[in-house]
Design a protein around this ligand. Structure first.
Ligand code: ADP
Ligand code: MG
Length: 710
């Protein structure tokens, strides 16, 4: 057996865990050993019941006296209660929704109980959801209690307790572990060797022990990211691309005829992009800017530069509506462009030859014109590249609302053209990424930033709404709709994810917190049937079929839907200038940068817009945090703040980076980031093909695959 052995072939791993492990992406021994805890709880203090104090984690050992289970009337939860006694006293313990515990903690049973005692309103000290472990008094070899215990990323039906048990099975099998990091790096960075780190990360003696081990994995991941970035850039420099010099005259002329002046950062970004297009090697650039900051026109100008030189450019958007919007932007702002602009989606095919000459046609005609080079700018959805499209002089690909365009997709664009030149890539994204992250996760990309909004934007009135003000907020929305406006209602979840059905699952902390969150389906029911009966209410979320999503979005854009209840999917959306209310439920659940993005969905038309942040939280801190989006100058500022508050793992939660969590956390340590980069550069300088580091090399290859899967 080695670390690549599938868990299904390892004796002792109960097969019923396999599907759950798979949900966490764990299939091999390696996956499980590298399932790094997100945090630890120190239960190592073993006390008598009489010594327990509120909010101080500890372990007690006692005998179950009485146990009973009942349903609570509030929230319909299943409550299990037990009284535990030791020689110093008795304490009550409660568990929610784990009815099977009744069969385990039967009267007379001896066990350890670890947790953080809570003081009730009546002054009773009790244990809420403690971890238990059936052991005798003298037992010292514990896994879940009376020690520092790891808390892992969990999934439904597989808690940290289960994962600890599975990891301990692997430990007994002594899986051979080879060290991939060079000894000199371990020494200079004072990192524990792999074998020690694996033990300490899962079963640490102390919290320090665990932190030391985690630091090693963090470093290792950062180091791999850096190796990847450096090799990725080197790869691009070995490829050829069309080199197109900036046509300064043309650019000036086109910019002059726009109905607005470009902002300073739009001009700066355009210039950076034009410089990139002049390089003989493919550019890989990310253009970042807030919603509404005007990225499209910048990319369109770059495309004009390419098109006028006789080459071709492709625009790809995540939805058909956005593709159409881009097509219309070009038509509107460059009405005299005669060299052919086409829109190709599954429902539309149009070509525009300037001076109002537009024809509706069919897909084959577009493909023919494209391959003959008579269309210089083609616009479509991301699906454009998957079809058999030949674009002989493709020099620039613009990708909207996608952070990273994988090498795999780039390869698809070049299908069957071995000696061809590789197109330059420009990705556009409204998700602001703080600098530390862009230096690592996106370290293989060049960055251009648009960090200001056009001057003509109206300020949006932003308010935090407390539960007592809910009715008047609905009243306000009703007035807005009666005046002909539209509203968004955003919820953090699609549906109640935790089913209170009493099946044998342990509720994780994570799941418990979800019970309190507003969800799209319930809000949709409530708003459409009760609150806004007289209006058309729509529902939009990620589980809908893409066609269905388009359809709803189209209806909203067309004014047929008055109120749209949605998840964060509207973040990537179209311009609906008539929408003036952005109402966000459980606002505290979202990151600041994300809230800022939601808010950017309104305030695009002539009417005054409003952003209502609903929260049930009573904390002044939360209110203050939410209101910081009022003062923020741009999304980047908030992103930095968010990153500091929530950490990169959660910050990037919605963005598919393909990075392990541990690496994300490591990004908060700038010094580690810097060292990892320096050491990666040094190693690749001495040994570019990593010939002397075969293990590192294969790990890098693995890593590259995982990152490019998006
Ligand atoms: P995003 O960066 O979110 O993709 P868009 O490119 O869709 O933003 O631009 C939003 C709107 O702002 C469009 O209607 C566009 O024409 C307009 N716009 C772009 N640049 C400017 C500018 N410098 N001044 C005024 N309006 C602008
Ligand atoms: Mg856009």
């Amino acid at each position: 057996m080695d670390i690549a052995t599938p868990l299904s072939e390892i004796k002792g791993i109960p097969p019923r865990f396999l599907p759950k492990l798979k949900k966490l992406g764990i299939e091999t021994a390696r996956d499980l050993l590298w399932h790094i805890p997100s945090r630890y709880v120190d239960f190592s203090r073993v006390l008598h019941i009489s010594e327990l104090k509120a909010q101080e984690e500890a372990t007690i050992h006692g005998t179950v006296e009485k146990a009973r289970a009942r349903r609570t009337w509030k929230r319909n939860l299943y409550l299990m209660e037990a009284f535990i006694r030791d020689e110093s006293g008795t304490i009550r313990a409660t568990w929610f929704n784990q009815p099977y515990i009744k069969n385990i903690l039967t009267p007379g049973r001896e066990a350890n109980f670890s947790g953080k005692p809570t003081l009730s309103k009546d002054g009773e000290l009790y244990l809420s959801n403690p971890t238990y472990e059936l052991v005798s008094m003298s037992e010292t070899d514990t896994k879940h209690t009376a020690r520092v215990v790891p808390i892992y990323p969990e999934t439904r039906g597989l808690t940290s307790k289960g994962i600890r048990y599975l990891v301990s099975i692997l430990f007994k099998q002594n899986v051979p572990l080879e060290e991939p990091l060079p000894q000199n790096i371990l020494d200079s960075e004072k990192l524990p060797a792999l074998r020690d780190a694996i033990r300490a990360v899962h079963f640490p003696d102390t919290l320090d022990d665990a932190a030391h081990a985690k630091r090693r994995f963090a470093f290792e991941d950062l180091f791999l990211i850096q190796l990847r970035n450096i090799t990725e850039r080197a790869k691009l420099n070995n490829l050829k691309a069309h080199s197109t010099p900036p046509n300064v005259e043309l650019m000036k002329e086109l910019i002059d005829q726009l109905p607005f002046p470009l902002t300073v950062s739009q001009k700066k970004s355009l210039w950076e992009i034009l410089q990139g297009l002049q390089e003989p090697h493919p550019m890989n650039r990310l253009l970042q800017g807030d919603v509404g900051s005007g990225k499209t026109i910048v990319a369109a100008l770059a495309a004009m530069n390419i098109a006028e030189s006789g080459l071709q450019a492709a625009f790809m958007a995540p939805t058909e509506i956005l593709a159409r919007q881009h097509y219309q932007t070009i038509k509107k702002f460059f009405p005299e462009f005669e060299k052919g602009t086409a829109l190709l989606t599954s429902s539309e095919a149009r070509i525009f030859y300037g001076q109002g000459m537009e024809t509706t046609t069919k897909k084959p005609a577009i493909l023919r014109e494209l391959s003959a080079g008579r269309i210089k700018i083609i616009i479509g959805t991301h699906a454009l590249i998957q079809k058999n499209v030949t674009i002989p002089n493709l020099a620039l690909v613009v990708i909207d609302e996608q952070h990273r365009f994988g090498v795999r997709q780039r390869a698809e664009l070049l299908q069957g053209k071995r000696e061809a030149r590789v197109p330059h890539l420009l990705s556009m994204s409204a998700t602001p990424i703080p600098r530390t992250l862009s230096l690592t996760i996106f370290g293989d990309l060049d960055l251009s930033l648009i960090n200001e909004l056009p001057k003509n934007r109206k300020a949006i009135i932003t308010k935090v709404v407390l539960p007592t003000e809910r009715d008047s907020a609905y009243h306000f929305i009703r007035e807005q709709i009666n005046e002909g406006r539209q509203a968004f209602v955003i919820c953090p979840r699609i549906e109640q994810t935790v089913k209170i059905d009493g099946d044998a699952l342990e509720l994780s902390e994570f799941e418990l917190s979800r019970i309190e969150m507003k969800n799209v389906k319930d809000e949709y029911e409530k708003l459409s049937k009760k609150i806004f009966q007289e209006f058309e209410v729509g529902m939009l979320h990620g589980k809908l079929h893409p066609k269905e999503k388009e359809h709803i979005m189209k209806k909203f854009a067309g004014g047929e839907i008055n109120v749209l209840v949605a998840t964060s999917v509207v973040e990537v959306g179209v311009d609906v200038p008539n929408a003036t209310v952005m109402m966000i439920e459980s606002a505290e659940r979202f990151g600041l940068a994300q809230l800022y993005q939601f808010r950017g969905r309104v305030g695009r038309g002539e009417h005054q817009s409003h952003c209502l942040l609903f929260t049930e939280s009573k904390s002044q801190e939360t209110k203050k945090r939410l209101l910081s989006i009022v003062e923020a100058k741009n999304g980047f500022e908030l992103a930095e703040k968010d990153l500091a508050i929530r950490g990169p793992g959660e910050f990037l939660g919605e963005i598919q980076t393909g990075m392990p969590d541990i690496a994300m956390t490591a990004l908060q340590n700038p010094e580690l980031v810097k060292h990892s980069r320096e050491l990666a550069i040094a190693l690749l300088r001495d040994d570019p093909p990593l010939k002397n580091h075969p293990l590192l090399k294969s790990q890098l290859e693995q890593f590259q695959k995982s990152v490019h899967l998006e």
